[in-house]
Structure formats: C-alpha cells, structure tokens
Design a protein around this ligand. Structure first.
Ligand code: PEP
Ligand code: MG
Length: 569
C-alpha cells in the first residue's frame, strides 16, 4: 500500500481510479520535409487544428447546467484564438516556404506571438499570452497525439493527479466530472485550493511525489480533510473509507439542524457569519446555510479565462445577482484582485489588486461604476484589497468620489453612503491599521496574504508550506492590532481569510474580540456550532494568555484547552 501526505485543502472523501495528467514540456522536433511530402504535412497541420476545434466545441456543447459562465467564455476565447490567421494560416505559409515540420513551425510562430504580447503596454492584455500558449499547446499535443487521451479520460469522473493546476484549470474540473484532485505542488491557501472548496470537490495539494508514484488506473482514496492519499486495491481500507463517507454525511445532516439557528454565543454576543463567494454555486450554498451576508465577493473570477475584461454592464449584472440573492443583508464586493502578469517572477509582490487598478484606471473605472450602481439595490459595501499605503487609499477614495459625480450627472442611481472598507492583508497596513481605520467604514483581515507576507512564504509554493502558521506570534499580534484599531475607531472588523473558516481558530479569534467571520459557506455551520457553544467574555482571558505567551508549545496547549472545553467557563 502506498500512502502520501499533503495539505488537505477541500474536505471530503473520494474513492476512485487515478488519471495522471502529464503536462511535462513537450519535446518539439525539427526536421526538413521533402518537397514531395509537403501536401501531407499541410494536411497533418490542418487535421490538428480541426481536432482542436472539435475538442473545444465538444467541451462547449457538453457544459453542465450551473457551470460558471466564465467557463464558456474561456472556450469561446480559445476558439477565437484558434481561428486567428496567426495561428491557423501563417504556419501553413511557413511550412510551404521553409519545408519544416508543423510542430516546429507552430512553436516558432507562437514564440514570435509571445514576444508581441510581452511588449504590450496594457498589463491585462499582456497576461492573455497565457491563453495563446494554451491553444498552441493543445494543437501541439494533437500533432504529437497526447490530447484526446487527456480529455477523454478526464471526462470519466476520475481522480485527477497532476503536478500543479492553475485556478483557470481548476474551474474546468467540475465540468469534466472530476471527483477529486491531488497535486504535487501548491499551497493550502492558494487560489486553486480556495476554488476546490468552492467546487465542493475533495482535494490535496503539496503531495510532492504523487505524479511520480501514481499510475493512471490505480485505485485511490483521497481524504481531503486529513490530506491523505492511499493507493492500491485494499478492500478493508475502502470499506472503512466508505463508512467514513457515510459518517461525514451524517455529521453534515446534524449540522443542518442549526441552519436557521441564531449565530450567538452562549453569553449573548451576536456574531456575524458571512460567506465568501467566488463562483455562482457558492451563492446557492451561502443562501442555504443562512449566511448573514456576503463578507467577500471575489470579483476576479469574472475576469478569468476570457480574452477581454468584462464590460461595466456585465460586472453590474454580476454584482446585482449577488445583491438580489442577499436582499437586506450586507454584500461586500471586493474590487479586482488580479495580478497583472502571471509570468512575472513574483506576481504576489508585483502589480496586483489595488496596485493594478490604480495603474490601469481604465480597468478600474467600469468596476467602480458597476459596484456603485449595484449599491442602489441593496446593502452593498465596497472593499479594497491589498492596501499598503495611505496614499493608495486616498487615491482610491478620490476615484470613487469622481465616479459618484459622474453617475450623478448621468442621473444613475447609487447609494451615496455606500460603506467603503479596506482589506488588511499587507503587514504594513496591519501595523498601521490605526492610520487607515479613521478613513474607512470597516476593515477586513485577509489572513491568507497577511500570513504569506508576514512569514515571507509564497502561498502557492509547496516547499515552504510547512512554515504556514496562523498561530505564529507575529501573525496573532498583527491580527490583534487590527481588531484593536477597528475598535478604537468605532468601525467593525471582519476576517475573510481562510483562518476565519477554520474551526481550530474560532475560539481564539472570539477571545481576541472578533465579531465578524467570513468564510466559504460550506464551513459556516461548523463555525456556527462552535460560536453557540462558546462564552465570548470568558474566552477573553484565554486569548490574553495566548497573546502574552512566550512559549510556542505552551501557546498551542492553551488553544487546545480552549477548544476542548465545550463551554469555556
Ligand atoms: C486573503 O488574502 O486572506 C483573502 C481573503 O484574499 P485572497 O485569498 O483572495 O487573496
Ligand atoms: Mg488576499
């Protein structure tokens, strides 16, 4: 029996056969085609293009109901690229003229195209090079005949084993009926991991050697909670895991009892449990678990997998959908948090989120207008990600003011008092939260990035995952500082990073005075149950002890104690 341990990033147990996705760099041969075989070579190239079109069309036609709209946009974008003369016609001329093989010509052509994209001034368009690369890769795999196999096997509802998956790949998994996925690389708070939770499929990342030891067809058990992968034919183990699957279903049913119950501590403190929304499916789950509102709507998923940015109207409609689903409840819409260039050496430290928006105002304005317009229909709050300096904040506030006057002139409705909040996820902002707070209506702590930047660990790098620690004293001190700053300024403080939906930290955060938790809706009932069994006032002294603790082991023992007592008194 083979067992591998990684980071369980999306709960649930899945039992099934492996499909190992091998996406190693393709070896592209170069050879001369004798003149008499040129027609055959041209035919080969055209067949590969036609096959790519057919594969994309097939995926497009078999899209299950409820698949995120961005999935269809991605396919359309890829079909457009495929039809572009630079991809489908220019290589034909070059094969003819230079008598070189199709793969080589296409590869050279795509490198030339890549250079054009890299020289583009617009960072958003520059990032689209990745879509061209994906289309070229598909044609190359057709020429080298490895593609159909992938698509076919992946549509059979198997467990996908891959070296790594991008968020864009992950969005497509559900549509391919993948039951679970495991990867060698990746971190527990990477966007890929967050998406796995949204899609509701068990997932483990950071297994290091899964693609090395697992073969397609191997029988696997994926335990997404414990991060355990078991490979081999073991009847007793399978029946044990089937029993656990049943048990976890039972636990879910039991938690369902408190769906409509109030989120209030044992001593009467109301706690707001909000939902994080990425994909449309999250919205349904959020409604189902009676979330008190949306604490984080990640709008960047509207921008992914498509050749151009969504229009103001499209963004407005998307916002409205969320607002209407949560009528009368707060809906926190985060402005775009996208990195300009996925190919950059370190996009996390580069032109990302509010930096990108301020750099490319033409990208930002339609979103500001869309959010403001949606604010006429509900309790919309706007939230700015990745603030690091006050100047940045003032610049955004000025832009919002300008947009408001523009809308006023155009007689478009909006809420003139729409609350504006800041995400505190850069240590500089957490340390000086008291400087930000007076200019904002609320703060929200993004622990995913706050931990990444405080501990200097790339959140998607599996080799440094072991350092990821929400209980690191520096992280706890920063969180405490933000909560205190919010309290002093009289504004609410929420937490919307993954830490807020992790039951191990709920009581500690309550003890630190946190009253708003925003998490993936699938976690909400578990957290509600803990809230209802806790005493807000009594947890305070525990939290003080934790914050004062000079001994890291002692700190963990204290937290275990806090969690063990069913009603901390
Ligand atoms: C965070 O950083 O904690 C957060 C909620 O934002 P994201 O995970 O989208 O970066
Ligand atoms: Mg973040």
């Amino acid at each position: 029996m083979l067992t591998l341990h990684g980071s369980g990033v999306s709960q649930g147990i899945s039992i099934g056969r492996a499909y190992v996705l091998r996406r190693e760099q393709l070896e592209i041969p170069e050879y001369v085609i004798p003149r008499q075989y040129i027609d055959d070579e041209l035919e080969r190239f055209k067949t590969a293009i036609a096959a790519a079109r057919q594969q994309l069309q097939h995926v497009r036609d078999h899209m299950p109901a409820g698949a995120p709209p961005e999935t269809a946009s991605l396919i359309d974008a890829h079909l457009l690229i495929l039809g572009d003369a630079m991809i489908s016609q220019a290589p034909i001329d070059i094969i003819n003229e230079q008598q070189r093989n199709s793969e080589w010509v296409l590869k050279t052509q795509s490198e030339d195209l890549g250079r054009i994209f890299e020289a583009m001034h617009d960072p958003y368009l520059r990032a689209k090079k990745i879509d061209v690369d994906q289309v070229v890769d598909r044609i190359l795999r057709n020429l080298l005949t490895t593609n159909e196999q992938d698509d076919e096997a992946m549509s059979n509802g198997q467990i996908l084993v891959a070296r790594d998956l991008t968020p864009a790949d992950t969005v497509m998994l559900k549509q391919k009926r993948i039951r679970a996925f495991v990867t060698d690389l990746g971190g527990p708070i990477s966007h890929t991991a967050i998406l796995a939770r949204s899609l509701g499929i068990p997932a483990i990342v950071s297994l290091h050697n899964a693609t090395r030891f697992i073969r397609t067809g191997d029988k696997l058990v994926v335990d997404g909670k414990c991060g355990l992968l078991i490979a081999g034919e073991y009847k007793r183990i399978f029946s044990e895991y089937r029993r656990r699957q049943q048990q976890s279903l039972q636990t879910r049913r039991e938690l369902d009892r408190i769906r409509a119950g109030r989120s209030i501590t044992d001593d009467g403190q109301k706690i707001r449990l909000l939902a994080n929304v990425e994909l449309p499916a999250d919205l349904k789950t959020a409604v189902k678990v009676h979330a008190s509102g949306i604490g984080l709507y990640r709008t960047e998923f509207l921008f992914m997998n498509r050749p151009t940015a969504p229009t103001e109207e499209e963004q407005y409609r998307a916002c409205l959908k969320v607002v209407k689903a949560f009528a009368g409840k707060p809906v926190t819409i985060r402005t775009l948090d996208l990195a300009a260039d996925k190919q950059a050496a370190n996009p996390a430290l580069g032109l990302r989120a509010v930096r990108l928006c301020l750099h490319d105002i033409s990208l930002f304005r339609p979103q500001l207008r869309a959010i403001l317009r949606a604010s006429a229909y509900g309790k919309v709050r706007m939230m700015i990600p990745m603030l690091s300096s006050l100047d940045e904040l003032f610049h955004v506030l000025d832009l919002i003011k300008e947009t408001e006057s523009e809308l006023k002139k155009q007689r478009k409705e909006f809420n003139h008092r729409m609350p504006i909040g800041g995400m505190i996820e850069v240590p500089a902002a957490a340390i000086s939260a008291d400087l930000f707070a007076p200019h904002l209506d609320f703060l929200s702590i993004g622990t995913n990035d706050l931990i990444q930047y405080t501990l200097a660990i790339d959140r998607s790098d599996d080799t440094v995952n072991y350092l990821y620690d929400p209980l690191h004293p520096s992280v706890l001190r920063l969180i405490n500082n933000v909560i205190k700053a919010g309290k002093a300024a009289g504004i609410p403080v929420a937490m919307c990073g993954e830490m807020a939906g992790d039951a191990r930290y709920t009581r500690l955060l309550l003890g630190m005075g946190l009253k708003e938790f925003s998490m993936h809706p699938s976690m909400l009932l578990e957290i509600k149950e803990i809230v209802r069994m806790s005493s807000f006032a009594n947890l305070r002294s525990f939290a003080h002890k934790v914050l004062r603790s000079r001994d890291v082991d002692g700190l963990r023992t204290l937290i275990d104690k806090m969690n063990a007592e069913s009603n901390v008194t």
